[in-house]
Design a binder for this molecule. Sequence first.
Ligand code: GTP
Ligand code: MG
Length: 319
Amino acid sequence: MELAEAVLAGDRLALARLLTQVENDTPAGRAALDRIFPHTGQAHLVGVTGSPGTGKSSLVNRLAQLYRHPKNGEAPRKVAIIAVDPTSPFSGGALLGDRVRMRDLAGDPGVFIRSMAARGALGGLSRTTAAAANVMDAAGFEVVLIETVGAGQSEVEIARLAHTTVVVEAPGMGDEIQAIKAGILEIADILVVNKADRPGVENTQRALRAMLEMGHPARGATGETDELWLPPVLCTTATSGEGSEEVAKAVDRHAVYLKRSGEWQRRDSQRLRSELELLVQQALMARWRGGVSEERLAELVARLRDRQITPYAALDELI
Ligand SMILES: Nc1nc2c(ncn2[C@@H]2O[C@H](COP(=O)(O)OP(=O)(O)OP(=O)(O)O)[C@@H](O)[C@H]2O)c(=O)[nH]1
Ligand SMILES: [Mg+2]
């Protein structure tokens, strides 16, 4: 329990250690997660996703700097960054594209950066990411930025962990179509067209707006109210920082909207429910695997391969 206590007290080394335990899904890690759970639910979890290379890391870096050095005289907020790389087997350190960020934010005790990589079974990455976000939350980080490459279903799942999802696009033909394919527009609370210093920004912005309105016909031209959120389409140049303040403001406005509308609680429930379902799945699977021998399984698979039985018949024999 010492580890959990140290994390709650703000010990960075303990935080890093606990995240490793969580990634490895150790019993000590699970115990610590249980211990810190009552202290979670405070942080604003912000997912930042989009196609590879659109500038997610650069934007996350800008946002983190704005939270640390607010321009309007507000108090700085503690910010954690989780960079999820579903394709990399490495973790715990900085990913290639994140070196810039490390350099800019290193040494600030109000910032904590962690990379997480694919590991273990299906759903493992989203489970680990959710747990890591909980750890940062309990450790007192007020904003947790979760960067994922939006290329498939698992990334969409990770984005769903967040209260607010920012989808980052860059100008160019095809991006918009890719966005629909990945179902990414449906999860976007805020859309960003980054690399606004490049040609074609207006076209991309217009195309995204048109698609959003098709997706939310009822929202059409009515705009925002307490009960209604129309995802804004913002332009940024993350390399110079232009436009990033507007993104930070939109993220804050979205938090206000979520809380006023009751959507914050609804998303929280949804997230906790899917976490619970994942745990149940894993536990039932483990229990089932414990009750069936490898030989029996191999024998069934052999009969399946020889087309002696059907998959449903095999299921009946097993369960
Ligand atoms: N011209 C221009 N280049 C940018 C901008 N933002 C980011 N870049 C560059 O685009 C490249 C990718 O930026 P990243 O921030 O690493 O993009 P990413 O989306 O995090 O990339 P992955 O995590 O690998 O998917 C880098 O070379 C950046 O310098 C921008 O606004 N304008
Ligand atoms: Mg990146």
